[in-house]
Design a protein around this ligand. Structure first.
Ligand code: SF4
Length: 375
């Protein structure tokens, strides 16, 4: 049976708000928890425990049960706890009796059928309602600004406390320590409610019925039918169609036009290849395609036996290498790493990467630029 939570979840709202019919289609496909998701769950459990203890609440230490527990997780949950305590202290300056809710169920079904989620931390005070979401992921940087997941949580929190507290604004923060990012977005209560009534509720109604327009774009990367979606295919094939002008070599503006489409095309093509491969592995027979064995390298059947045998023969079977920065951070934790090794690390200049002008990073100084300046 499809999971209720999955149909119109807050976490997928960015996608279904842009492409409403994707919600029902995705809900029919089962979830497989990735290793990253499981790691995130462990980190959330640790954060919940740490915060409860810091607030003087009772909580059992979960560390023995956490599969992915390591020093980095300890540091990140410490930073999160510290951040929440700071926000609570700020709230206390304006309100005598703020409350902190941890792992609070937030119901926004007034706007989204069966819509609910779990807020990592909500601080309720007069004037300001604060919603804090802890993200342990490192792959994608999550911004708070106009983030519909955060706005759904904020609506759920407002449902619980508006009227009890005198709330004017809602502050939403995505706390993402492994990206060194604390992103905050603040809206007035009226603005949030207007969005809920004019955008969220009508779109959710369409999405719940599988209606509305399909719309392809960057959000497709989070869609479970992304490999086989016709709309996405049409969108990408449209992007790929390019009317080449004469002469026979491309002009600069043509190259730039193609560059702007390359990443989405590559990502879509990769999804199609992966889907077709997985289907073939599961037994599907494509008419013109087959699976073959790829290249493989020899490997040991038993590493311990190899080490023993080599040692007996009088050799050292091990290579001694210093951990890489990621593994070392895991071993020591972020704080200890900085304490011990900040003077022993450096960041070499990265390879040149071509990005659109809209990218926030400053343009790189190239040898050609230096040459221009010298002349
Ligand atoms: S792949 Fe994109 S266009 Fe297709 S249903 Fe999913 S979100 Fe919509």
């Amino acid at each position: 049976m499809p999971n209720k939570h999955a149909v119109l979840s807050a976490s997928s709202s960015h996608r279904w708000l842009l492409c409403p019919p994707s919600a029902l289609l995705c809900s029919k496909i089962g979830d497989t928890a990735s290793e990253f998701a499981l790691q995130g769950t462990d980190a959330h459990v640790l954060c919940e425990y740490k915060l409860k203890i810091a607030l003087g609440q009772k909580s059992d230490d979960p560390t023995a049960e956490l599969q992915y527990f390591d020093e980095e997780m300890v540091d990140c949950s410490d930073m999160y706890t510290q951040y929440v305590l700071e926000q609570l202290a700020a709230a206390k300056e304006k309100c005598n009796d703020p409350i902190v809710l941890i792992e609070q169920r937030l119901d926004f079904s007034k706007w989204v059928p069966e819509g609910f989620g779990t807020g990592d931390c909500v601080i309720v005070a007069d004037e300001m309602l604060t919603v804090i979401d802890f993200k342990y992921g490192v792959g994608i940087l999550v911004e708070a600004e106009k983030n519909p997941q955060m706005m759904c949580y904020a609506l759920g929190a407002l449902q619980l406390f508006d009227g009890i507290y005198d709330i004017n604004s809602i502050s939403m923060t995505v706390f993402q320590p492994r990206r060194d990012s604390v992103s905050t977005y603040t809206v007035s209560k009226e603005e949030l409610q207007q969005w809920a009534n004019e955008v969220l509720a009508p779109t959710a109604q369409l999405a719940a019925k599988g209606e509305g327009e399909y719309k392809a774009g960057d959000h497709c990367q989070f869609c479970k039918i992304k490999a086989t979606c016709r709309k996405r295919a049409e969108y990408n094939l449209e992007l790929a169609r390019y009317d080449f002008k004469m002469p026979s070599t491309l002009e600069d503006d043509e190259i730039e036009a193609i560059l702007s489409k390359v990443d989405v095309l590559v990502s879509w093509a990769g999804d199609i290849k992966e889907y077709a491969l997985q289907q073939a592995v599961s037994g599907k027979e494509w008419k013109e395609w087959k699976i073959v064995e790829g290249r493989s390298n020899r490997k040991y059947v038993n590493e311990d036996a190899v080490a023993d045998t080599v040692k007996e023969a009088g050799y050292d079977p091990y290579e001694h290498k210093v951990f890489g920065i990621t593994a070392m951070t895991k071993l020591l934790g972020k704080k200890k790493f900085e304490e011990l090794l900040s003077g022993l690390t450096q960041k070499p200049q990265g390879n040149a990467t071509l990005v659109p002008m809209s990218d926030k990073r400053p343009a790189m100084n190239t040898a050609a630029n230096d040459f221009k300046e010298d002349n």
